[in-house]
Ligand binder design. Structure first.
Ligand code: ADP
Ligand code: TRP
Length: 319
């Protein structure tokens, strides 16, 4: 039996280094293995919980697919599709909403954090975890590569699976998160978790100037020789370059106290990781993207339709 791997990213902003190392790269690494079937979803319905700008959403969808492809996602090996192209997500999401309680959803960290930040507590934001549970379980997913911040969403998914299976029989599969050690929480320029909403990101496909600006803004403190925040981000980049932590330690020892020099080296190293991908990205056309998404939608639906038939029969909404 092939293992199903699935992840999704919201087209709600610009892909950053944390997104790439936390979720996209682990998925790409699994893509090449023969006994895996890999799905990558543009979570555009989820993005509606925070984004209400028509043109921006549309542009973000094209951009995120361009990012995926440039970063190495091979659409022949991966089912690359848009959530909104498959209404099965909505249907199963609704069924799962009917199985969990309001107090349970109220405890979700992501909901509480967003409301604490002043985001409108719309009902979509509230039921977000059940749409995500539907995204995952519709495809009988085994493994979900994500960053640490999504761990609770996977717990919520398993809880929804238990509720469903207890009510209707063993139909949905319990997925597991894949959180890769060392990149589960990529730090941002201020040392907190890198996140669009903290405005502390280093864009993955920024221009050289944008990368430089972001790296120069990394907060350094004057205690000790080693700028910890620069070092921690550099550590992630060094792994991608196949270099060891010992080599990084040696570099920081050699340039002890010279923060500007270390930041310049970090900019150069990010360029080495991203440079080639950026060139590839510039060549991907909108037509190509539409074609890939159409093909991906058909392949995704072929899997989920079978699942939905079983679910409808179990629930009692077939005649
Ligand atoms: P953001 O926090 O910037 O809004 P998203 O919620 O869109 O990011 O995250 C998309 C994916 O990237 C998720 O799997 C998430 O866990 C992962 N991710 C986001 N930020 C980080 C980070 N700093 N380190 C590791 N993974 C991350
Ligand atoms: N909640 C995820 C995030 O904010 C995005 C997402 C939606 C997702 N559906 C998914 C991730 C299914 C993994 C699997 O990043």
């Amino acid at each position: 039996m092939k293992k199903r791997i699935l992840t999704g990213l919201q087209p709600s902003g610009t892909l950053h280094i944390g997104n790439y190392f936390g979720s996209l790269k682990p998925l790409i690494d699994l893509m090449g293995q023969e006994d895996n079937e890999v799905l990558l979803m543009v979570a555009d319905y989820h993005a509606l919980t925070s984004l209400r700008d028509t043109a921006e959403l549309k542009t973000n969808i094209y951009n995120i697919v361009r990012d995926y492809l440039a970063a190495g996602v091979d659409p022949k090996k991966v089912i690359l599709f848009r959530q909104s192209d498959n209404q099965d997500h909505m249907e199963l999401g609704w069924i799962l909403n009917c199985l969990v309680t309001v107090p349970f959803l109220m405890q979700a960290h992501s909901y509480k954090d967003k409301v604490a930040k002043g985001l409108e507590p719309n009902a979509g934001l509230f039921t977000y975890p059940m749409l995500m549970a539907a995204d995952i379980t519709l495809y009988n997913t085994d493994i979900v590569p994500v960053g640490e911040d999504q761990r609770q969403h996977l717990e919520y998914t398993r809880e929804a699976v238990t509720k469903f299976n207890n009510a209707y029989g063993k139909i949905l599969k319990e997925p597991k998160e894949l959180i890769v050690a060392g990149v589960g929480v990529v730090p941002g320029t201020d040392g907190q978790k890198m996140s669009k909403s903290y405005k502390n990101t280093i864009p993955f496909f920024g221009t050289h100037e944008e990368t430089q600006k972001a790296v120069m803004s990394i907060v350094t403190d004057s205690s000790g020789d080693r700028p910890v925040n620069v070092y921690n981000i550099h550590n992630v980049i060094y792994r991608a370059l196949g270099k060891s932590q010992d080599e990084l330690d040696a570099l920081y020892h050699e340039h002890a106290g010279k923060y500007k020099v270390l930041k310049d080296i970090l900019v150069d190293d990010i360029e080495i990781v991203i440079g080639g991908m950026r060139e590839k990205r510039a060549q991907i056309t909108d037509d190509e993207i539409r074609h890939i998404l159409k093909d991906g939608a058909a392949r995704a639906k072929a899997i989920s339709n079978t699942m939905m038939q079983k679910i409808r029969a179990a629930v009692g909404i077939t005649l």
